[in-house]
Design a protein around this ligand. Structure first.
Ligand code: HEC
Length: 201
């Protein structure tokens, strides 16, 4: 007759054999739901979405938290002169520290350490010298146009929208102003409002 001691013994024997490790026969998983997740792996097919893909783009109009959306399109260069202004008030240390650092990495190779357009690439004849920041028309170029150029590029200069974020773009442009001997916190605005583009519309 089985008594309760036999049952305890059987449970112990079966219980302990479950602990024997074997390469060929891994132990059983009881209730594996927690171990094997049911989420779709990135890049795997997915019957739930119309296009059959697990990786979906964010819904149209989604804005990542804290991300700045530039309101103008490439062709709005003239508009940028009056519409775009520097929202930051950087300290001298930020401009001469991080601002200079970003300028040296991203811009000086063409514009030169002093901003005179005599960077390394023009020096070795790999690139035509960009216009100097130290003369007109760049000396009094409105802040908005400067920012627009960093966003979209202009002529031979490419866009820096993906290399620098919103704050860094203004920081580097503030450093450019100090190269021009200007107070970086004072706005350089369009001398005449850019009405021409709106008139011709
Ligand atoms: C590959 C060389 C190159 C690099 C790197 C470069 N630029 Fe330029 N940049 C130019 C050239 C060329 C122009 C003249 C564009 C024109 O007017 O056709 C220019 C023009 C400008 C202007 C005047 C824009 C205007 O509206 O007239 C600003 C401001 C400027 N660059 C800032 C920067 C900043 C800031 C960086 C770094 C983030 C940078 N550039 C990096 C080549 C370069």
């Amino acid at each position: 007759m089985l008594n309760k001691y036999h049952i305890i013994l059987l449970v112990l024997v079966f219980g302990l054999t479950a602990c024997i490790r074997s390469e060929k026969k891994p132990g059983r998983e009881y209730m594996p739901d927690m171990a094997e997740h049911i989420a779709y792996e990135a890049g795997s097919p997915n019957p739930i979405f119309k296009d059959g893909k697990t990786d979906q783009l964010p819904p149209e109009g989604s804005v990542a938290r804290g991300k700045y959306i530039y309101p103008l399109s490439d062709s709005d260069y003239e508009k940028s002169a009056t519409l775009i202004t520097n929202p930051f008030n950087f300290s001298k240390e930020e401009i001469s520290g991080e601002g200079k650092h970003l300028y040296t990495i991203n811009c000086a190779i063409c514009h030169g350490d002093k901003g005179d357009g005599q960077g390394h690439l023009p020096e070795i004849n790999k690139f035509p010298p960009p216009p100097s920041y130290l003369n007109e028309p760049l000396l009094s170029l409105p802040d908005g146009k400067r920012y627009h150029t960093v966003m979209y590029g202009k002529g031979m200069m490419g866009s820096y929208a993906s290399q620098l974020d919103h704050r860094e773009r203004w920081l580097v442009l503030s450093y450019v102003k100090t190269l021009q001997g200007k107070d970086a916190s004072a706005a350089t605005t369009a001398s005449a409002p850019a009405t021409d583009s709106t008139k011709t519309k």
